[in-house]
Design a protein around this ligand. Structure first.
Ligand SMILES: O=C(O)[C@H]1O[C@H](OP(=O)(O)OP(=O)(O)OC[C@H]2O[C@@H](n3ccc(=O)[nH]c3=O)[C@H](O)[C@@H]2O)[C@H](O)[C@@H](O)[C@@H]1O
Length: 778
């Protein structure tokens, strides 16, 4: 297939500017306050949005309005774990942002900033996406200069209670810039200043939501300190506008301050809120939280100059809109935290010191306490780590989600992160739990209520079953109550397992339902003009038909650069045949169209073409055998395996399920990203070998006879063995340039093509020992 020929052949209509702007965008933290606004804006602009969130501080209700949107996809995932997908842009917004939240589990907060950023940067690197890293004005710490311009290096406490966030975000900036220097990743870094507006979680603990809610409910307005500290408040629409502009320009990679330069004292804010709500609330003064910055005001010259951006909504107007939002909110849907805890670290300094001193000495664990109390522990659950590992095993089948809450509850209760020492008492920071004194118990109560809050915030619908679990654990891990209640850990664990199974089943059912709904959406073609009128097509001749297809699939773009093409529309097909073989994924139409055209003209004519253009959704309704038959109507032979997303194919994420569900490849494996990685891994790492084995296997297991494997999105997946083993015999593969290749089949090949089909479903083999209705959405 000659690229030149194709280019010449393209109708000029393909060169539509608007089409070229369509992007696939990943928004991590997409259910959060800023993230959900970004998702909404992107959808409104016609992009496809993948929203990644683990609901740690956000809620489902934050994106409820987006859930049915055909271009919106939600994936429950914690960014501290790797994630793989194909996308053109990434907004890395994931991180608890309210001081109360980010101080709740500071180690986790740091992890999110570091591991989360690394995972997202790594992803951006692999798929060559542009990534916007959300940084914060907090990287300036308690600034000694005002206003703060991007050149200011900050004044930050490295070991304070806010450091997890401030330093975490500083590292995330460092990482972003090192990814540019080392890997040439296309980054943008935004320093976001205080943002407020509709969509805020009413109980997120930040000043604007606190004050408005307090005013509306006639409660005291809680000013921390004397209220003389200043902040500059940006309205959410302005902030989102700034972020999107930063992402889509080429003058700067940042960092760029995004904020409103008009500064107010917290007291002024309180007074304005009281005035605008007409509230009778009175202002009360509470201790200032630890390390609370005294002033904060952005210098936005850089944003003005390079992004042509400045905020449009001033505080008074923005507050009015936010007040309307809060008035309309049904607060019963949100769980209220117990006490204001932002200043806890200040008032409780003595306790904190006491905790630290306890922590220095190695002490028996609460579980030892439980053991002392004569509780029978199952062998696999001797320590907290084992327990967590065990529960994690349970969720092994799942990418994320259903057991997350369980694990987190345990971790919160024990006040440990993955890498914390487990021999610290979950409540007092040390000591045998039976010996906890009254103070300790008070602290414990306090934390328990906070656990409950964090817990509530993260798992709306699972709250009640998890709450009972949580109570059980409280009971079990408290030595005294273990003695009285005889609630053995073994019993608790057993119950946990039962609950886990129950939730797994529930979740699978829900997913199945979602899948069905989404399947319906696939019948909806993402852009009007992709809907092909089959009858109209039938009336045309072959050339017209193909020209129409070319227009629809925007081939010109894909010819220019396969990697940056808006892939979900460009690629011909996605389908899978389940059980132990994958039958077909997809490839940009460019790669096969010429051949297809010739073939159709030569042998079958328009009729055959149409026969091959199955309707989106067809495959989900068919059984495995039917799928194969559908693809290979004549003799049940599948000539072509088209791999749409080799990246995914080669990822760990894929490999896991592959081994378990689809491939059973054992050590042969498939998972290597690119040549570089291959070199590191040595001979074992040749993915083409894996693919070849797979095709061989597929021959044996099903009646499909795949003869060609074509990997779309060339560059990193190119390998000599690939050509030798797989392509060599049956087709001609030519490298166009570093990132692209073309392929033409030799005589005797048939191509199976489908229209755009966005869902990939792996049904498990009926005889395999895993759930039959396991599904995956891509
Ligand atoms: O926007 C930023 O650059 C950063 O600053 C904020 O941190 P902070 O300014 O401390 O946010 P708030 O919790 O809203 O507090 C603002 C001020 O109001 C005070 N405050 C807060 C809550 C309250 O009830 N009363 C009260 O006086 C706080 O002590 C603080 O001085 C956000 O929490 C961060 O996510 C963000 O990155």
């Amino acid at each position: 297939l000659q690229r030149k020929k194709e280019t010449k052949w393209l109708p000029t209509r393909c060169r539509d500017e608007n089409e070229a702007r369509f992007k696939r965008v990943l928004v991590s933290g997409g259910a959060g306050f800023l993230g959900s606004h970004i998702c909404r804006r992107l959808l409104a602009e016609g992009h496809e949005v993948m929203c990644l969130d683990n609901f740690f501080t956000s809620t489902r209700s934050g994106i409820a309005d987006l859930m049915g949107h055909p271009r919106f996809e939600f994936i429950r995932h914690d960014v501290t774990e790797p994630f793989f997908c194909e996308c053109d842009q990434v907004y890395n917004m994931a991180c608890p942002a309210s001081p109360v939240h980010y101080q709740w589990n500071p180690i986790k907060t740091t992890k999110v900033s570091i591991l989360g950023t690394m995972n997202m940067m790594g992803l951006a690197k692999r798929v060559k996406a542009r990534i916007l890293q959300a940084s914060t004005s907090e990287i300036y710490g308690d600034p000694e200069v005002t206003p703060q311009s991007e050149e200011y290096w900050g004044h930050v406490n490295t070991i304070g209670v806010r450091s997890c966030y401030d330093e975490g975000k500083r590292v995330s900036e460092t990482l972003a810039f090192d990814y540019v220097r080392m890997q040439n990743v296309d980054i943008r870094v935004a320093r976001i200043f205080n943002t407020y507006g509709p969509g805020m979680h009413p109980y997120d603990g930040r000043v604007v939501s606190n004050f408005i809610l307090q005013a509306l409910q006639g409660e005291d307005i809680t000013v921390y300190g004397d209220g003389s500290q200043t902040r500059s408040f940006g309205y959410v629409d302005d902030t989102v506008d700034g972020l999107i502009r930063l992402m889509n320009q080429d003058k700067t990679i940042g960092p760029v301050n995004i904020g409103n330069p008009h500064e107010f004292t917290v007291k002024e804010l309180a007074e304005m809120v009281v005035e605008l709500t007409g509230s009778k609330s009175k202002i009360v003064y509470l201790p200032l939280p630890g390390d609370d910055p005294k002033q904060r005001r952005p210098n936005i010259t850089r944003a003005q100059k390079l992004l042509d951006w400045e905020p449009k909504v001033e505080l008074r107007e923005g507050l009015q809109k936010t007040i309307e939002y809060f008035k309309a909110l049904d607060l019963r849907k949100f769980s209220k935290p117990t006490a204001h805890s932002a200043h806890r670290n200040t008032v409780d300094e003595a306790k904190v010191r006491k905790r630290l001193s306890y922590a220095l000495a190695s002490k028996p664990t609460p579980l030892h306490g439980a053991l002392d109390a004569g509780v029978q522990l199952p062998e696999s659950c001797q320590t907290c780590y084992d327990k967590i590992a065990h529960w994690r095993d349970l969720q092994g089948d799942r990418e994320n989600g259903v057991f997350f809450g369980f694990k987190t509850v345990i971790m919160l209760l024990h006040r440990i992160g993955d890498d914390s020492p487990s021999d610290v008492c979950c409540y007092c920071g040390g000591g045998i739990i039976k010996e906890c004194d009254a103070t300790c118990r008070a602290v414990k109560q306090h934390e328990v209520s906070n656990v409950q809050y964090g817990f509530d915030a993260m798992s709306d619908e699972m709250r009640s079953p998890l709450m009972s679990l949580y109570r059980m654990i409280v009971c079990v891990t408290d030595g005294a109550e273990v003695g009285e209640g005889k609630a053995s850990l073994g019993k608790a664990v057993q119950q946990l397992h039962q609950n886990s199974q129950m939730h797994l089943q529930e979740d699978l059912r829900t997913e199945e339902k979602n899948f069905e709904q989404l399947t319906e959406h696939t019948a909806w073609t993402p852009r009007e003009h992709t809907g092909q009128d089959r009858e109209a097509l039938a009336a045309k001749n072959v050339d017209e038909c193909l020209a129409e297809i070319v227009r629809v699939w925007q081939l010109e773009k894909s010819l220019k650069n396969v990697d940056s093409a808006p892939w979900s529309e460009l690629e011909v097909s996605v389908a899978s045949i389940s059980g132990q073989s994958i039958a077909l994924v997809s490839i940009p139409l460019t790669a096969i169209l010429g051949e297809l055209k010739e073939k159709i003209q030569r042998e079958e004519g328009t009729h055959k073409l149409q026969q091959q253009l199955l309707q989106p959704g067809d495959f989900t309704k068919l059984s495995n055998t039917q799928c194969i038959a559908e693809l290979c109507p004549a003799d049940n032979k599948l000539d072509l395996i088209l791999v749409r997303n080799a990246n995914f194919f080669a990822s760990e994420k894929f490999e896991g399920p592959m081994e378990g569900y689809a491939f059973k490849m054992g050590e042969e494996g498939l998972g290597y990203y690119n040549d570089e990685y291959q070199r590191e891994e040595g001979p074992k790492a040749d993915p083409w070998d894996g693919l070849w084995q797979f095709t061989e296997r597929a021959r044996g297991v099903h009646h499909a006879t795949p003869r060609t494997v074509i990997i779309a999105r060339g560059k990193v997946y190119w390998g000599t063995d690939f050509q030798k083993h797989i392509v060599g015999g049956v087709s001609d593969l030519q490298r166009i340039d570093e990132t692209r290749f073309s392929v033409s089949a030799k005589e005797g090949l048939r191509f199976a093509t489908l229209e755009s089909f966005q869902l990939l479903r792996w049904d498990t083999h009926p005889e395999a020992s895993f759930p039959n209705d396991w599904t995956r959405l891509m």
